[in-house]
Design a protein around this ligand. Structure first.
Ligand SMILES: NC(=O)c1ccc[n+]([C@@H]2O[C@H](COP(=O)([O-])OP(=O)(O)OC[C@H]3O[C@@H](n4cnc5c(N)ncnc54)[C@H](OP(=O)(O)O)[C@@H]3O)[C@@H](O)[C@H]2O)c1
Length: 280
């Protein structure tokens, strides 16, 4: 495994598994199998309504708690709930998480960030992060944080490399964890000829080449998958290195184009939505 060193001295595995849109049954199975295959980073969220299942998958894997790097996110409905962190830990069945994000710059997000800082000081979160806080949101938070975040989670892939955001991240020592690393499975991205050509050269699939590009960009990467073959492939990306010229070739794909466009109206909806948490 390769690791990313964070601004608090901790390390995070460069490759992990995401669980967005996975049902509890799929999340439990994917997490268990991924951990048995050698993964150590697992990403979930209050909003994915699969934290209990992720916790079960972790236990069923047979790995010790300290062998797993667990990341989750508080949803805006929880930002003003003083028990939000403890309830999240209880759902996951752990007494700390390795990384705790606030998921959206919606609702009282400063209260949410204060909860992260409190959890960090109490040892309940070993690193903290902001998710989807691009542009004016990270600029506003920068003047308010008492503890700088270690991570931001944001959309990133070869079509959209977060050029602007990365200037702030570099200045503040914040690392990027890419979501939609494979364009949410978009065939157009995966079928770009450059990935087929490089895959042929290195004996890898196009998706593996894309994921290796992320790690060489310095991003942590958490592709989601229900498919055991893909889960295995997505970890098997660290035994080759793209050359500088190949990285430059991939850089030509950057169109500054996101897949996901979030409006202010959506942020208001996010603030009003309450996840229907799994009961058991
Ligand atoms: N913070 C946020 O707001 C936010 C938003 C979105 C996502 N995320 C996080 O980021 C993670 C990744 O995002 P995502 O899962 O939406 O998108 P993604 O990883 O870019 O793409 C997932 C899709 O790619 C396919 N896929 C996976 N591995 C593949 C491979 N080796 N070859 C070909 N296809 C492959 C999957 O299908 P199969 O199931 O068939 O493999 C699935 O359809 C999420 O799970 C979540 O943890 C965070």
């Amino acid at each position: 495994m390769e690791y990313i060193t964070l601004n608090n001295g901790n390390r995070c595995p460069a490759v992990g598994i995401g669980t967005f849109m996975l049902s509890p049954a799929d999340a439990e199975r994917s997490v268990r199998e991924a951990l048995r295959m050698g993964y150590s980073l697992v990403d979930t969220a209050n909003a994915y309504v699969n934290e209990r299942a992720v916790g079960r998958g972790m236990k069923a894997s047979g790995l010790a708690r300290e062998e797993i790097y667990l990341s989750t996110k508080l949803w805006p409905s929880e930002y003003e709930n003083p028990k939000a962190v403890d309830e999240t830990l209880a759902r996951l069945g752990v007494d700390y998480v390795d990384l705790l994000y606030i998921h959206q710059p919606a609702g009282n997000w400063l209260a949410g960030y204060r909860q992260l800082e409190q959890a960090y000081r109490a040892g309940k979160a070993r690193a903290i992060g902001i998710s989807n806080f691009e542009g004016r949101y990270i600029a506003e938070l920068e003047g308010l944080w008492e503890i700088a975040p270690q991570f931001i989670q944001a959309e990133a892939h070869p079509y959209f490399t977060q050029t602007e955001l990365r200037k702030t991240l570099d200045r503040c020592g914040i690392k990027l964890m890419s979501w939609y690393p494979l364009g949410h499975g978009d065939k157009t991205l995966i079928r770009e000829p450059v990935f087929a050509a490089l895959g042929k050269k290195y004996g890898k699939t196009p998706a593996q080449v894309i994921l290796r590009w992320h790690t060489q960009m310095g991003f942590a990467v958490i592709p989601g998958s229900r498919n055991p073959e893909h889960i295995r492939d997505n970890l098997d990306i660290l035994d080759f290195t793209l050359t500088e010229a190949e990285m430059a070739e991939i850089a030509k794909l950057d169109r500054g184009e996101r897949y996901y466009h979030r409006s202010d109206a959506q942020l208001a909806q996010f603030a009003a939505w309450q996840p229907d948490f799994e009961k058991n």
